[in-house]
Design a protein around this ligand. Sequence first.
Ligand code: SF4
Length: 256
Amino acid sequence: MDTFDFAPEKAGTFLLVRRGLPLTVCVATLLLALIEPSGRGWYLLASVGCLAEVWPTFKRGKEYLHGRHYLVRRDGLWVRAFRPIARWLDREEAWILSFCAWNNQRVRAAFESRRARKALVLLPHCIQLASCKADVVKGLEHCFSCGKCSVGDVLAGVLAGKWNCRVSNRSHKAYREAREYQPDLIVAVACTDRLLKGLLKLPEVPSYVIPLQLPHGMCVDTTFHVPHLEAVMANLVESKVEPDERIQPLRIETGA
Ligand code: SF4
């Protein structure tokens, strides 16, 4: 799969606020500097400050990766500042997803020309069927590959030696594992709130995020768009040639 067309992501709302607001204030203060000579210095200072706030949003590729820690922290301030307004407008989830989409755009731009060599896929435990006893938190190889949940779909990529994948039942464990593994790219699947927390907790590691779908509510038998993950891995991560023969499913075609 060569494109991400199947997963339209809308970063427009976040960008409209993140760039639009400071640029508007910049233009307003420049106009004030022209018509109000008495406070000209202050107005010019304010307009320069606004430009400085917008400038980091144009960083791309290597420059973006180099400054990612600061850039994500900065964007995070905007997400948090406008989150109450988004909640009040009943658009909180859309607001966070818009930030996630903006993050993904920049990560894609950074890795499309220079693919990641050490990627780590982080999955939440709730994608496993609630009634399944397979200990997939210990390792994906414990999945029976029965096809009843998304874990089995992901297992195929792991068995083919293409993906390094962890299933976590606690966010802090996932962060710890990610720090220990020191990946150059994280691909994380989680609910909207956890995606935001993860991005802000590990701003130093480039992270591509995929939102969960919650057909049965929070934390129970959740799903996600596996082709989205496959496309990310195919487009942004260097493929390993040799399958990992250490990892094998316990049984094939066995009921959970
Ligand atoms: S055994 Fe089946 S239900 Fe259990 S994790 Fe694997 S695919 Fe999901």
